[in-house]
Design a protein around this ligand. Structure first.
Ligand code: C2E
Ligand code: MG
Ligand code: MG
Length: 399
C-alpha cells in the first residue's frame, strides 16, 4: 500500500508499544480490507486474518471493510475512531479486539483512503493473554514448519512375545527452533483445530511411506511393518483415500507393510457406510487397520462391529497399573477375550517393566510396545542399533 505506508507505519509503531498483537492495513475504494504490503506488522506481527480467525462469525473480510469504511466516512481529517469487536477465534475461543480507524487525507477534505489497526484486547495483561499469545506464536511458527524441515518422525519398535521386532510406529515431533523437540500433544491439538493437521498428516504419510520403502529394500528389515497414526479429521477430509492411494503408489511400497492407527475418538457419526466401504477397500489392498488407545475413548463396540480391524491396541493407562490393580487386569483379560472372539490380535502399549511384559505375555497379548523395548528414535539411530536396539530386558527396571 504505497500511498499510505508512511502514516500507517508511524501509527503501528506507536501502538506496538502496548506489546500486544497489532495489525495494520487499509480499506480500499471497494471497501475491501487490505493488508499492508509488505505486511506492516509489529515485532509480534500476526496477520489480521489469523487474529480474526473465523472472521466475526461469518462476516467476511469484505463485509468488515464496508463496516469500517462506514465508520471512517464520518471522520474528519486527522480524527480517529475506536470500535470494539468480538469474535470467535478457532483456536483461542471468544476474543475481543479494539479497532482503531483513521481516515487518511492526502489533500483537502476528501479522504484518500482509510486505515485500520487491530489490537487484541481479550484478557490483556493477564496469564490467559500470555497463553493465547503463545498459542498464536505457535500457530504462526507451525505454518512454515513443514517447509523449513522442522517436522520429524521417530520410530518405536513393536515386538512379539520373543522380543523380535515386528515393526515400528511412526511418531511425530516438531523440532522447534526456540523450544527444542516438541511432543505431538504440544502442537497436534492446535493443528487439529485450525486444519493444519491435513498438511501435516500428508507429510507424515509421505515420509513414513518413503521410510517403509527403504526398509523393504533392506534384507534385515523388509518384514517390518510401519504403523502410522491417522487423525479423525484427516480421515473425514474429502479426498483422503485418493491421496493415500497416490502416496502409497508413488512410494512403491508393498502396502501390506502399512498399518494405519485410528483412535476411538473418531466420532461415531463419521462411521457411515461410505467411510466403511473406503476402509474395506484399503484393507482389500493389504493395508492393516489398528484401533489405537483401546478402552480410553468411547469404548463403543460399534467400532469393532463396523471397522475392518486386525489389531486392538490396549491403552497404556491399563498397562500402567496392571501388576497392582485387579480392575486393570480384568479389563485387559476382557479385551483379550473379546478380541479373540472377533479374531483380532492385541498389542499392549506403554510396557515399561519386565514384570508388566511377563504378565501381558502370559495373559495372551500378541505384540508389545514401550520403553522396555525401545524409545522412539530417528530412523538413522534406529538403523545404527536395530535390531539390537531391543536389548535383553533386565530383571527389574523402571523405564
Ligand atoms: P499413540 O499413538 O498412542 O503413541 C504412543 C505414545 O506413547 C507416544 O507418545 C509414545 O512416545 C508414548 N510411549 C511409548 N512407549 C511408552 C512407554 O513405555 N511409557 C510411556 N509413558 N509412554 C510411552 P507421543 O510420541 O508423545 O505421541 C502421543 C500421541 O500423539 C500418539 O499416541 C498419537 O495419538 C499422536 N500422534 C503421534 N504422531 C502422530 C502422527 O503422525 N499423526 C497423528 N494424527 N497423531 C500422532
Ligand atoms: Mg498410535
Ligand atoms: Mg496409543
Amino acid at each position: 500500500m504505497p500511498a499510505t505506508a508512511a502514516p500507517c507505519q508511524t501509527t503501528v509503531l506507536d501502538l506496538a508499544l502496548d506489546h500486544v498483537p497489532v495489525m495494520a492495513g487499509r480499506i480500499d475504494a471497494q471497501h475491501r480490507l487490505c493488508f499492508a504490503n509488505p505486511p506492516l506488522t509489529t515485532a509480534l506481527g500476526f496477520p489480521l486474518d489469523k487474529l480474526l480467525g473465523s472472521r466475526l462469525e461469518q462476516t467476511c473480510l469484505a463485509g468488515l471493510g464496508e463496516l469500517f469504511a462506514r465508520h471512517c466516512q464520518l471522520l474528519s481529517p486527522g480524527e480517529v475512531q475506536v470500535c470494539q469487536l468480538s469474535y470467535q477465534h478457532p483456536c483461542l475461543g471468544q476474543r475481543s479486539a479494539e479497532v482503531t480507524l483513521a481516515s487518511h487525507h492526502k489533500q483537502g477534505d476528501n479522504p484518500a483512503g482509510w486505515l485500520f489497526f487491530v489490537q487484541d484486547t481479550s484478557e490483556s495483561g493477564n496469564q490467559a493473554s500470555a497463553a493465547s499469545h503463545q498459542q498464536l506464536e505457535l500457530e504462526q511458527a507451525l505454518t512454515g514448519a513443514i517447509q523449513r524441515g522442522e517436522l520429524v518422525l521417530h520410530y518405536q519398535p513393536l515386538v512379539d512375545a520373543e522380543q523380535r521386532i515386528l515393526g515400528m510406529e511412526a511418531l511425530l515431533g516438531w523440532q522447534h527452533p526456540q523450544h527444542g523437540l516438541l511432543a505431538p500433544a504440544e502442537f497436534l491439538p492446535l493443528a487439529e483445530r485450525n486444519g493444519m493437521i491435513l498438511g501435516i498428516g500428508q507429510w507424515v504419510l509421505e515420509t513414513a511411506c518413503a521410510q517403509l520403502a527403504a526398509w523393504q529394500q533392506d534384507t534385515q528389515r523388509r518384514h517390518w511393518t510401519l504403523n502410522v497414526n491417522i487423525s479423525a479429521r484427516q480421515i473425514n477430509e474429502p479426498g483422503f483415500f485418493e491421496r493415500l492411494d497416490a502416496t502409497v503408489s508413488r512410494s512403491g511400497i508393498d502396502s501390506r507393510g502399512l498399518q494405519l492407527e485410528l483412535t476411538e475418538t473418531m466420532p461415531l457419526k463419521g462411521l457411515n457406510r461410505a467411510l466403511q466401504h473406503q476402509l474395506q477397500q484399503l484393507v482389500d489392498k493389504g493395508v492393516v487397520l489398528v484401533l489405537d488407545d483401546y478402552g480410553a475413548g468411547y469404548s463403543s463396540l460399534a467400532y469393532l462391529k463396523h471397522l475392518p480391524l486386525s489389531w486392538l491396541k490396549i491403552d497404556q493407562s491399563f498397562i500402567r497399573g496392571v501388576l497392582e490393580d485387579m480392575r486393570d487386569q480384568k479389563i485387559i483379560r476382557a479385551i483379550l477375550s473379546l478380541a479373540a472372539s472377533l479374531e483380532l490380535k492385541v498389542v499392549a502399549e506403554g510396557v515399561e517393566t519386565r514384570e508388566q511384559f511377563d504378565y501381558l505375555r502370559n495373559a495372551g497379548c500378541h505384540a508389545f510396545q514401550g520403553y522396555l523395548f525401545g524409545r522412539p528414535l530417528p530412523a538413522e539411530q534406529l538403523n545404527a542399533h536395530a535390531p539390537s536396539a531391543v536389548a535383553p530386558a533386565p530383571a527389574r527396571t523402571g523405564s
